[in-house]
Design a protein around this ligand. Structure first.
Ligand code: FE2
Length: 272
């Protein structure tokens, strides 16, 4: 339901070095179950470049599984991963992938994207280890306090717009404040298009980037968008790929006129 072979062909034609998938790959009926998860992973295996996925709220909602742990394990096995979180160094950048780990065991809102304290401790340790390297974080939902676009009422219901929304959400922004090597944070979840001024925001010197959906059934504003990022020597360009036009939409280019080194230096300067 979420995607088809055309989408994979289009992504392959872009020739990216690396693809980040931001979760919620699993469609209805049977989202989060073995069949839908496996089908989505098989589709993603058609990508001809290295790629990595993380867990979104709908990936853990299979009704016939009793515990969140079992649903997480199902997802991990389908991908051949060992843990829900992951670090990957590619060229000058370090990528951290962070996953939600809870659905049915939530008391307030099952769809809240939730990082455990164990996962947050891992992220904290990794960020310390790569203190000199620019870091890109990928998660399914955005960070409370980032000022990034969210859809407060429709679909992203009260209580699940942000990571750990009902469980001390300020811990996530605190991580951003303490680690001055985080330069980018990509998230999805709200299915909105990229044509909003706050679909990319710079808060604390970090670019928080909303990423749309590839799904025809769940796209808001009738737009199916992915991000394409060009890291050039003296600038970074965050582009939009329109899956209906099957092409980049240059009107939505977001140009950061600085090198990665400059962006790192700017974050250090802000901290003083
Ligand atoms: Fe979601």
């Amino acid at each position: 339901m979420l995607a088809d072979r055309v989408l994979i062909d289009d992504l392959n034609k872009l020739g990216a070095d690396f693809t980040l998938v931001l979760g919620d790959i699993s469609g209805q009926p049977g989202a989060g179950g073995p069949e839908m998860t496996q089908r989505a992973v098989e589709l993603l295996r058609g990508l001809q470049m290295p790629w990595r996925n993380l867990i979104g709220n709908h990936d853990l909602e299979f009704e016939q599984i009793e515990t969140d742990r079992e649903n997480v394990v199902l997802w991990l096995r389908a991908h051949g991963y060992r843990l829900p979180w992951h670090r990957e160094d590619r060229g000058p950048l370090t990528f951290l992938f962070l996953s939600t780990e809870r659905f049915r065991e939530h008391d307030i809102q099952p769809h809240e994207v939730y990082f455990t304290q164990r996962q947050l401790a891992w992220a904290n340790d990794e960020l310390k280890r790569c203190a000199g390297r620019p870091v890109v974080i990928a998660s399914h939902a955005p960070v409370l306090g980032s000022n990034l676009l969210v859809n407060a009422e429709m679909h992203v219901r009260a209580g699940n717009a942000y990571i750990n929304q009902n469980h001390v959400p300020g811990q996530i922004m605190d991580l951003c404040c303490r680690h001055r090597n985080i330069l980018f944070w990509f998230s999805g979840h709200s299915h909105l298009s990229h044509a909003h001024p706050d679909a990319i925001v710079n808060t604390l010197g970090i670019h928080f980037v909303h990423t749309g959906t590839t799904s025809a059934d769940w796209a808001r504003e009738m737009k199916r968008h992915s991000r394409v990022v060009d890291v050039e020597p003296e600038r970074v360009v965050i582009r939009t790929f329109d899956h209906d036009k099957r092409a980049l939409d240059p009107s939505l280019d977001f140009v950061i006129p600085h090198s990665l080194d400059h962006l790192m230096a700017a974050r250090q300067a802000r901290a003083r």
